[in-house]
Design a protein. Structure first.
Length: 128
């Protein structure tokens, strides 16, 4: 049984806000709200730290998949300083979701993200 808390939900909400911010200034603010200064993001395609690195990874995803949004699938589950959740990248025009994955996130005392370990469960052919 988990000890999932509102703190976990807030962190996940901020994570999705950062990933879905299309305006560069809004994206930078959202990343700063979601991640600690030295916080990192690691998945099979990226391994970055700091607000600039995380912002660049998100910007690159928007360039590769314009018109897509990151949406949670299922509910987040967490305990202590850790929360996990699944997501899919959805095309707003036709509802298709060519990319899906799961993330395990470690939180700082203030609830911001220290580290994200991302796993890609579904990717388009040739994307990896």
């Amino acid at each position: 049984m988990s000890a999932h808390t509102e703190r976990h939900d807030i962190a996940v909400t901020r994570y999705f806000e950062a990933w879905n911010a299309r305006d560069p200034e809004a994206r930078a603010k959202a990343v700063a709200a979601a991640w600690t200064e030295g916080g990192g993001y690691t998945d099979p395609l990226a391994d970055v730290s700091g607000h600039a690195g995380v912002t660049a990874v998100i910007a690159a995803a928007h360039e590769q998949f314009p018109g897509f949004v990151l949406r949670p699938t299922g509910t987040a589950d967490g305990h202590h300083h850790t929360v996990r959740f699944s997501w899919e990248l959805v095309n707003e025009a036709d509802g298709t979701a060519p990319v899906a994955g799961s993330d395990v996130v470690t939180l700082a005392e203030d609830g911001r993200i220290v580290a994200v370990l991302g796993f890609l469960d579904r990717v388009p052919d040739g994307a990896l």
